[in-house]
Design a binder for this molecule. Structure first.
Ligand SMILES: NC(=O)c1ccc[n+]([C@@H]2O[C@H](COP(=O)([O-])OP(=O)(O)OC[C@H]3O[C@@H](n4cnc5c(N)ncnc54)[C@H](OP(=O)(O)O)[C@@H]3O)[C@@H](O)[C@H]2O)c1
Length: 293
């Protein structure tokens, strides 16, 4: 692949496969890669996931044939694993091992390297995925993201009809802007080989926030008096099931809300990778206020 130069002037000869390209982080990664002049291919589950001007392979992460097709002539992969079961990842990892691209895996700050057992099923999946990628000899670049600010999009429906966000309580964490995660991902996807740090990079925002803190900051951005109402685990479970969410996902979310410990660590890893400090949730709220009106 000939080396070209992106619009920012940085050398960019990479072909990058983006998984989860329709998601909160993935679409930001696609935009940034294109702006840097990288060749981008997306793996999307349906024709609706296609984006104008972006090459797409339609298929599931659990379909080895689609993954094989998507990996042809790819230098680096932005990999997410949104499933609650790692068993189907073995076939994906076999394809990655054959194609041997740089793998940048989006993991979670909930992974505890010292724990014999992870706090909840979501942390467990990420810990297992990191281990599987390492054990396959892929030397993944691991990005451990804190709670994404974009999770607040899940409150849009409630805030269209009232000023209260109800949901399961969650321990405080250093909520991170998904745009910072995307910037960090692009930095390592396109880094020169000799400048690549495999991490784990712990991507956090600057402030440790409760759900109530987030709702209050969102209220300030929207100029509304918003508040958070914590639901008991049983009530939160029954509401999420009534909303049509799959039972295994509901159980995983409830387990995370009940068992995941507070995460008060803030790092400068966003700044180390991107050259600028991580943004605040207040800024995220201002930038996304229109989505809540
Ligand atoms: N949310 C957090 O606070 C947090 C924190 C740390 C790490 N993470 C990790 O970050 C990942 C990305 O977060 P996000 O907010 O961008 O997720 P998101 O908005 O929910 O997007 C998920 C993406 O995965 C795709 N997808 C789901 N199942 C798939 C499958 N079986 N095969 C192929 N693609 C599939 C979806 O495609 P469709 O459009 O077809 O549904 C979508 O593009 C999460 O999955 C999680 O592993 C999240």
């Amino acid at each position: 692949m000939p080396e070209n130069t992106g619009p920012t002037g940085s050398p960019c000869g990479s072909s990058v496969l983006v998984t989860g390209a329709t998601g909160n982080v993935g679409r930001e990664v696609v935009d940034r890669l294109r702006a840097r002049g990288a060749r981008v291919r997306c793996l999307v589950r349906g024709q609706g996931g296609r984006r104008p001007g972006v090459e797409c392979v339609v298929g599931d992460l659990t379909d080895p044939g689609a993954v094989r097709e998507a990996l042809v002539d790819i230098d680096a992969v932005f990999l997410i694993w949104p499933l609650l079961d790692v068993a189907p990842a073995h076939a994906l990892i076999a394809e990655l091992t054959v194609a041997a691209p740089r793998v940048v895996y989006l993991s979670s700050t909930a992974v505890d390297d010292e724990a014999v057992r992870q706090s909840d099923p979501i942390a467990h999946v990420h810990a297992d995925m990191e281990a599987l990628l390492h054990d396959a000899g892929l030397r993944p670049v691991v990005l451990r993201s804190d709670t994404l600010a974009s999770n607040a999009r899940g409150w849009v429906a409630q805030l269209r009809v009232g000023d209260v966000v109800s949901g399961p309580e969650a321990a405080r964490t250093a909520v991170v802007d998904e745009r910072d995660v995307a910037d960090a991902a692009v930095a390592v996807l396109l880094a020169q080989h000799d400048q690549l740090d495999h991490g784990p990079h712990v991507l956090t925002g600057p402030d440790v926030l409760s759900r109530a803190d987030q709702v209050a900051r969102l209220g300030a951005a929207l100029r509304r008096d918003l508040r958070f109402h914590a639901l008991s685990a049983d009530l939160a479970r029954s509401r999420m099931l009534a909303d049509g969410r799959p039972e295994p996902l509901v159980e995983a979310l409830i387990a995370a809300s009940v068992r995941r410990p507070e995460s008060t660590r803030t790092t400068d890893h966003v700044e180390r990778l991107t050259g600028r400090p991580a943004g605040t949730f207040a800024t995220w709220a201002l930038d996304h206020a229109a989505e809540f009106s």
